[in-house]
Design a protein around this ligand. Structure first.
Ligand code: UGA
Length: 449
C-alpha cells in the first residue's frame, strides 16, 4: 500500500522504515527541510539501534522516499500517519498545534479520500477534534476523511524491535473499512513477512502480537493509561526503595520477589533516579490534565510525578552526606541520556543533576557514549570526555545517572586508582554494594544498605 508519514522524528522514522520493510511504499515528509536533506543524503538524524540499516535497505529497494513538499507526500499515500510532536505546554496540557497544522495541510492538499491515522501520542478526544478540523479545513470540498488512532508503544533504544515484534497493535477506528486497511498494513508484521534486522536468520517462534480493534477514544486512552501505569510502577518501586533505606531492607530483593507474582511482573520496578525522557513525564502530565478537564482527580498520578521529581533530592541528600561541601569539588557524571541506548536527553535526570551541581559550584566532568553533543548545547561550561576513565580522573565523586552497559561493566579497580577519592553515588543501582565496598569505595545507591 502507498503510505504517508508526516513527521520524521523517532516515531515517524521508525514507523516509516518498518512499514517500508513490510513491503509498503512510504512517503515521508517533515517541516524541517534540513532533516529531509540529511535523510536524502543517507544520514539518520537520530541514534536508534537498527534504524539506519532498515532505512538504507528501504531506500535501496525504493520503498521509502523523503520530501519536504508536504503536499506531494500527502497526495502520494492512501493512508497518512501523523507522527508530529505533542510537547507539553506550561500547564502540562499537550500542545496539539502541530496536529492542527497537519490537519490543515491534509485537508487542503489531498485530492483523493484518505485515512488519517494519529500515531503521535495524543490525549483522548483528539480524534474527534481531528475529524472536525479536517472537515472544517476542507469546507466546500467533496472529500471524505476517515480518522483512526494507532498509538505507538515503541521504547527508545529498542523501537525497531518493538515495531517488528509488538505485544499488541491497537487500532481505534470509526468504521470497518478503516480497520480492514490497518489490518492489511500490519499483516506482514503479524505474519513476520519482513527482513528482520534483529534476528537475521529467522525470528524466534512464539506468539506474534495481537491486533486489537477498538473505538478511537479507547485507543487514545490505552496509550496514556499504559504509559502512566508504567510510570506509577517506577514511582512505587522508588517509594519502596526509600522505605528500605529507613528500615534496613534491600529494594532489589523486595521488588524481585514482588515481580515473581505474574499479576505484578518484574519489569519497571527498578528503583533509582526515576523516569525521564519525552514520554512518561509529559504523558503523565497530559493524562492528569485530561482527567481534570472531565472532572476526574487522578491524584495517584500526581503522587507518582512528585515522587519522581524528588528522586533528584534523594540523590543530593546522599551527595551532601557523603561529600559534605560540593563547592569547588570535581565531580564526574556517568551518563547523560535519559536511559541507555539512546542519545535522547529530554527530561533526563542527569541534566537536573548537572544543573544542581553547577549551581552549588562543582567542577563537572561528564561522559556518555551517545549524548555528549546534545548536552554540550545546554551546559557548555561542563567538561566532556568520551572515555569514562578520563572523566573519572582526579574526581572527588562519581555520580551514575544512566544504566549504560559500559558503566555496568566498568573496571572500578582501575577507575578507583585514578579518582582523587573513592566515592560513588549510583543513581541506577548498577553495582553490588558488597563488591564496591571490598574495592574500598564509599558506595551509595538507592534502597540498598
Ligand atoms: C516509553 C514506553 O515504555 C513505551 O512503551 C512508549 O511507547 C514510549 O514511552 C512512548 O510513549 O513513546 P521510553 O520513554 O522510550 O518508552 O522509555 P522506557 O524504557 O519506558 O523508560 C522510561 C524511563 O523510566 C527511563 O528514564 C528509565 O530509566 C526509567 N525506568 C524504567 C526506571 O527508572 N525504572 C524502571 O524500572 C524502568
Amino acid at each position: 500500500m502507498r503510505l504517508t508519514v508526516i513527521g520524521c522524528g523517532y516515531v515517524g522514522l521508525v514507523t516509516g522504515a518498518c512499514l517500508a520493510a513490510a513491503g509498503h511504499e512510504v512517503f515521508c515528509t517533515d517541516i524541517d527541510e534540513k532533516r529531509i536533506a540529511l535523510l536524502n543524503a543517507g544520514k539518520v538524524p537520530i541514534y536508534e539501534e537498527h534504524l539506519e540499516e532498515v532505512l538504507n535497505r528501504a531506500v535501496a529497494e525504493k520503498k521509502i522516499f523523503y520530501t519536504s513538499d508536504a503536499g506531494e507526500a500527502i497526495r502520494s499515500g492512501e493512508v497518512i500517519f501523523i507522527c508530529v510532536g505533542t510537547p507539553p505546554k506550561e500547564s502540562g496540557e499537550a500542545d496539539l498545534s502541530a496536529i492542527d497544522h497537519v490537519a490543515r495541510q491534509i485537508a487542503t492538499e489531498a485530492r483523493t479520500q484518505k485515512l488519517v491515522v494519529e500515531k503521535s501520542t495524543v490525549p483522548a478526544l483528539t480524534g474527534v477534534q481531528l475529524q472536525k478540523a479536517l472537515a472544517a479545513y476542507s469546507a466546500g470540498g467533496s472529500l471524505k476523511f476517515h480518522v483512526a488512532s494507532n498509538p505507538e508503544f515503541l521504547r527508545e533504544g529498542t523501537a525497531v524491535g518493538d515495531f517488528f515484534h509488538p505485544d499488541r497493535i491497537v487500532v481505534g477506528v470509526e468504521d470497518a473499512g478503516s480497520a480492514a486497511k490497518l489490518r492489511e498494513i500490519y499483516a506482514p508484521i503479524l505474519e513476520r513477512k519482513f527482513h528482520c534486522p534483529i534476528h537475521p536468520g529467522k525470528c524466534p517462534t512464539g506468539t506474534a502480537g495481537e491486533l486489537l480493534v477498538t473505538t478511537i477514544n479507547s485507543a487514545e486512552l490505552i496509550k496514556h493509561a499504559s504509559n502512566s501505569f508504567l510510570a506509577l510502577k517506577i514511582s512505587y518501586a522508588n517509594v519502596i526503595a526509600d522505605l528500605c533505606e529507613k528500615i534496613g531492607a534491600d529494594v532489589e530483593e523486595v521488588t524481585h520477589a514482588m515481580g515473581l507474582d505474574p499479576r505484578i511482573g518484574t519489569q519497571f520496578l527498578k528503583a533509582g533516579l526515576g523516569f525521564g525522557g519525552f514520554c512518561f513525564p509529559k504523558d503523565i502530565q497530559a493524562f492528569i490534565h485530561l482527567s481534570a478537564s472531565v472532572g476526574i482527580d487522578f491524584d495517584m498520578l500526581k503522587a507518582a510525578e512528585r515522587v519522581n521529581k524528588e528522586r533528584i533530592d534523594r540523590l543530593f541528600e546522599k551527595v551532601h552526606k557523603a561529600l559534605w561541601v560540593i563547592k569547588g569539588k570535581k565531580v564526574a557524571v556517568l551518563g547523560l541520556a535519559f536511559k541507555a541506548n539512546t542519545d535522547d536527553t529530554r527530561f533526563a535526570p542527569a541534566l537536573e543533576v548537572i544543573r544542581r551541581l553547577l549551581a552549588e559550584g562543582a567542577e563537572v566532568h561528564a561522559t556518555d557514549p551517545e549524548a555528549i553533543s546534545h548536552t554540550k548545547r545546554t551546559f557548555p561550561q561542563v567538561q566532556y570526555h568520551e572515555d569514562p576513565y578520563e572523566a573519572l580522573s582526579g574526581v572527588d565523586a562519581a555520580l551514575v545517572c544512566t544504566e549504560w552497559k559500559i558503566y555496568k561493566n566498568l573496571d572500578w579497580e582501575r577507575a578507583g586508582k585514578q579518582m582523587a577519592r573513592r566515592l560513588v553515588i549510583d543513581g541506577r543501582n548498577l553495582y553490588s554494594p558488597k563488591k564496591m565496598q571490598e574495592l574500598g569505595f564509599d558506595y551509595h545507591s538507592f534502597g540498598r544498605t
